[in-house]
Design a protein around this ligand. Structure first.
Ligand code: ZN
Length: 481
């Protein structure tokens, strides 16, 4: 197999494998700037640092774009059993949850499969639900925390406990909506509560949260490596840079963020070989609702037609194994990826699957061919996030070799997409988008957002934070919340 890009490939791969830039950048972003969660000092600090880094690589147009979002500030929280014993448990409140106090019976729903909320509505009504973070066995699609949360609230839950299903990893975090108080507990504490429930039949718990939901500003970092001839057309790759506030967010997302920076560095070195433009973006505020990518699209709407492909690299260094592509209903791209893998002498396994919960989703909704980096095999078997969304997602969990393979594979793939004369990617129509959502089993999941809004509007007293959420959730750049 001839490789028309052999010289460029050699330059890219040797640069990546003879440099420690990715790991060095990971350490700075995580150890110096912390979680980079919206509203923390490390958020804007890391953004300015990334822009300077990109300029240092020679990309003069690197800049940040600010936007507003409904932000959230963590405050002290309590979870107590009040009957039949009295005992306090370690817990953390979940981002965007409501500050307030609720005391009621505990209802444990296991992994919280889709049909359980309606089946046990009588028990759930007015009480506090606990579910695990595991995807229920036998599900084709993933069952996200937000879906379990929404279904619990719609069944009448007044408080919510999210139990880690991994032992020894503390309580999990993850964004919800400011409608009811919500907390995360460790596997060990959740297990204690389930044993107590089994032994006593009825257990009362009290959740007290004091979090504040307030408007904030955060950022997207954007840069372009210009093409030599057809610069108006472009290819894009991105990863969010914000981690959860309890964490360094080293795997999720920073292994992806530093891969974006590395691709910027090496692609800029071969820019004379690029026909079309490559745009690289580090999105802010993904963890609490993909605000960065929604806002990016709101501000770059007129550029969607000239966008060939969007590749999302969130958390790409988190797992060993091949770095392939998870496409979103783009079978027409499979031969292109096979050809690229042959030329590059690397494995680029692919798979077709929809995910609602990442920065490629808003692009999918615009009909742009898109996908995410990853190992399709691992995706088929995974039941949760591992260290992700816990305070143990730290720099020491990330391997240099994983970062390097990601940068080497995806920078060379982007180069090929940017240079292809006959790009096979097809824009989707509204009908095709809806059809794929249905086929993947997410149409009912999406309907939950409206159902939840209608449900909250029926409340006699709507807490002020919930009112603010209702207003935000009607804005086009916030469809996900
Ligand atoms: Zn992420």
């Amino acid at each position: 197999m001839d490789n028309p890009y052999l010289d460029v490939d050699k330059k890219i791969v040797s640069e990546i494998y003879t440099s420690s830039e990715q790991m060095d950048n990971l350490k700075i972003l995580c150890d110096v700037y912390g979680s980079r969660f919206p509203g923390t000092p490390g958020d804007f600090g890391s953004v300015k640092w990334m822009v300077e880094k990109l300029k240092g690589y020679g990309i003069e147009n690197a800049h940040y774009e600010a936007f507003k979002l409904p932000g959230w500030i963590r405050n002290p929280v309590r979870l107590e059993v009040t009957s039949p014993i009295e005992k306090e448990f370690d817990c953390i409140s979940l981002p965007l949850g409501l500050g307030g106090e609720v005391e009621a019976k505990l209802v444990f729903l296991g992994d919280g499969p889709v049909d359980i909320y309606e089946k046990r509505k009588d028990e759930i009504e007015g009480n506090i639900v606990m579910v695990t973070s595991r995807t229920p066995l036998g599900m084709f699609r993933s069952l996200h925390r937000t879906e379990k949360f929404r279904r619990s609230v719609l069944a009448g839950a007044k408080g919510w406990i999210f139990m880690n299903h991994y032992p020894s990893r503390g309580p999990p975090t993850g964004g919800v909506v400011p409608i009811i108080p919500a907390v995360g507990v460790s596997y060990e504490n959740g297990s204690f509560l389930t044993r107590l429930l089994e032994r006593e039949g009825e257990v009362k718990v009290r959740i007290t949260t004091n979090d504040k939901n307030i408007e904030m500003t955060t950022y997207n970092v954007v840069c372009d490596i210009h093409g030599t001839s057809r610069d108006e057309e472009y290819v894009m790759s991105g990863s969010h840079y914000d981690g959860h506030d309890v964490s360094q967010g080293a795997i999720d997302p920073c292994s992806g963020t530093v891969t974006i920076l590395e691709m910027a560095r090496v692609l800029n070195m071969v820019k004379d070989k690029l026909k079309r433009r490559i745009r690289l973006v580090c999105f802010g505020a993904e963890e609490i609702g993909c605000f960065g990518s929604y806002n990016y699209i709101a501000h770059h709407e007129d550029e969607m037609d000239s966008l060939r492909f969007m590749l999302n690299l969130d958390s790409i260094g988190g797992r060993p194994g091949p770095k392939g592509v998870v496409l979103v209903d783009n079978p027409e791209l499979e031969p292109f990826i096979e050809q690229a893998a042959k030329e590059m002498k690397t494995a680029l396994p692919y798979y077709q699957r929809l995910s609602l919960y990442g920065d490629s989703w808003p692009f999918f909704l615009k009909g742009v061919p898109c996908g995410g980096g990853g190992n399709p095999e691992a995706l088929r078997t995974r039941t949760g996030r591992g260290y992700g969304h816990t305070k143990y997602d730290t720099v020491d969990k990330v391997e240099s070799e994983d970062l390097r393979l990601a940068a080497a594979n995806y920078s060379r793939l982007l180069l090929r997409v940017a240079n292809a004369e006959d790009w096979p990617g097809k824009k989707k129509t509204k009908g095709e988008i809806e059809e794929f959502i249905k086929q993947q089993g997410y149409d009912q999941t999406l309907a939950l957002v409206n159902k939840l809004r209608d449900y909250v509007r029926t409340w006699k007293e709507i807490p002020p934070d919930a009112k603010t959420w209702l207003n935000w959730s009607e804005r086009e750049e916030c469809l996900c919340i």
